[in-house]
Design a protein around this ligand. Sequence first.
Ligand code: AKB
Length: 319
Amino acid sequence: MKKILIVGAGGQIGSELVPYLRGIYGVNNVVAADLDEAKLQALSDGPVAKLNALDGERFAEIVKTHKIDTIFNMVALLSATGEKDPMLAWKINMGALENSLNIAKDNGCAVFTPSSIGAFGPNTPHDNTPQDTIMQPTTIYGVCKVAGEMLSDYYHTRFGVDTRSVRFPGIISNVTLPGGGTTDYAVEIYYDAIKYNKYTCNLGAGTFLDMLYMPDALDSCVQLMEADPTKLKHRNSFNIAAMSFDPEIIAAEIKKHIPTFTMDYNVDAVKQAIANSWPNSMDDSCARAEWGWNPKYDLNKMTIDMLDKVRVKFDKGMY
Ligand code: AKB
């Protein structure tokens, strides 16, 4: 990776991936592209470009102008939002991927597109979910993710495009809030713990899901894209995991630091049905074996860091 384009740079992952990659590859070698100019403003210490990822001509022009060799396609309408307008989710999620793949094919670029635990469904083995197993998701988001994994593998075998991907668990972070995901509660709980000392959870007790702290998510992008291709038996997409918990467990972890913190429940039926269809915990042994995946944060370490960082934001009046 020498010249990188991040599409969807203003989102939860993109907004942290841009500075992270700029720190490694050089500020001028990472172009941040997004539809939202205000979000681009926050990333304007390096090159930025306004882009609707569905506009293939403009997308290709940016790739050519900046002589891009690697595209990170971070555009996505998440699982819960997707259920509100499934065809819009299909259009955006698949349209951005289709353009990324075709432009990569025409310009000799590698492509990273995240998949998700949402690629799995109710018929998937829920515990220690294998790398290669039955998928059959029941959300439009999951349908896009499975189709995207297959299309990306197809572009690799048919056209030689260097496509690689991970199945992200719920990502917990403290720079940009996620929006419209099923796992968002695991971010919101930290913000509300600091601000209100209490949280109302929209998933029920006993809902186990894989989660990952942002610094490990960022590492995974670089580790996988820099991995020796001859070692990759899989490409699209690798299970990666770091911790699995339910709302009771994360609340108990927060209580260790804020003893008066309380949590109650107001379950969102749509999100609960989605969460019930997803794995409780994935087997990430292929990622560990093929490219050295080895996350650094568990629930304890992440909670200490999240509470510190979110408290600073609260003290500065940033939320
Ligand atoms: C969502 O909840 O939709 C996302 C995901 C797990 O892909 N955070």
